[in-house]
Design a protein around this ligand. Structure first.
Ligand code: ADE
Ligand code: ZN
Length: 321
């Protein structure tokens, strides 16, 4: 068998679980801080990287929201997305469905047009290079359902550019059912639906994402493996799981990569995909996630090909507009 690097590089892939704000590398964070005269609580790029020592999701989220404060102007959102697309293309990613967190910018006073025009110009450039790209608007689950309705309304001019809505941020204590009505409204408006569930939260949150929200995909879903009936349901309905091995390792969702459930998910016949989540914070883009999981779990070339095929089977495809 060829080495994992060569195999993974050779596979065309779709990335379905990437928070665009989580691709903000410390170098760009410093550059944008200077450009926008934002002060950072770090004196070097190395100091930023040293601070990325998380033990749980909330530790990470605190730094993630702090880091994105350097994003102020349309050009910043363009540069952020442009850098990610080029990096993903180098990993042989040919289709991307990326998350963005408008509430985290709107609450800092960044206008919706600044966010969307910046992201869309980089998105159009990537499409012109031949990469398929769709956008997924995420609601921040630590905020209220009313806030989620508000952001859905505030983005109305851009809905034709957005393929789906998702649910991210602090999972524990914020069950999917908190967002039942706004997901129903989003479905009525023609959006595809996804939600982070079972990353830190219990299997019940995965059930709720499926049965209360009616999602098309589950983001993470690790803890679904604690529930046999849930595994059977995910298999029966071919519900995709967008799994992120290096994220899970960095956030303590798994103790080690050999303990990661990716291989068990494949063995259960689940439609599992590999993704990078927040690559600037977790130490690797998509190929690094594939390679390190493959090495730790001794995945076969066939299993790697299945994971890549699954990513296209699970994709929503181009925006409807
Ligand atoms: N926002 C960005 N990354 C996230 C993750 N892994 N879980 C929940 N919310 C997030
Ligand atoms: Zn995520």
């Amino acid at each position: 068998m060829a080495d994992y690097r060569t195999i993974v590089q050779g596979l065309s892939k779709a990335e379905l679980h990437i928070h665009i704000e989580g691709s903000l590398e410390p170098e760009m964070m410093f550059e944008l801080a200077q450009r926008n005269r934002v002060s950072l609580p770090y004196d070097s790029v190395e100091a930023v990287r040293r601070a990325y020592d998380f033990t749980c999701l909330q530790d990470f989220l605190d730094l993630y929201y702090a880091g994105m404060q350097v994003l102020r102007e349309e050009a910043d959102f363009h540069d952020l997305a442009d850098a990610y697309f080029r990096r993903a293309e180098a990993d042989n990613v040919t289709h991307v469905e990326y998350f963005f967190d408008p509430q985290a910018h709107l609450e800092r006073g960044v206008p919706i047009g600044t966010i969307m025009e910046g992201l869309m110009s980089a998105t159009r450039d990537a499409r012109e290079r031949g990469t398929g790209v769709s956008l997924i608007l995420c609601f921040l689950r630590h905020l209220s359902e009313r806030d989620a309705f508000d952001v859905l309304e505030e983005t109305a001019d851009y809905h034709s550019e957005i393929v789906g809505v998702g649910l991210d941020s602090s999972e524990k204590g914020n069950p999917p059912s908190k967002f039942e009505r706004v997901f129903a409204a989003a479905r009525d408006q023609g959006f595809r639906l996804v939600a982070h569930a079972g990353e830190e939260g219990p299997p019940e949150y995965v059930w709720e994402a499926l049965d209360v929200l009616g999602v098309d995909r589950i983001d993470h879903g690790n803890r679904a493996l604690e529930d046999e009936a849930l595994i059977a349901r995910l298999r029966r309905d071919r519900v995709p799981l967008t799994v992120c091995p290096l994220s899970n390792l960095k956030l303590g969702v798994v103790d080690s990569l050999p303990a990661h459930p990716l291989k068990r998910m494949l063995d259960h016949g689940l439609l599992v995909t590999v993704n990078s989540d927040d690559p600037a914070y977790f130490g690797g883009y998509i190929n690094e996630n594939f390679e390190r999981a493959a090495r730790a779990l001794e995945l076969t070339e066939t299993e790697l090909a299945t994971l890549a095929e699954n990513s296209f089977a699970a994709a929503f495809g181009a925006n409807p507009a």
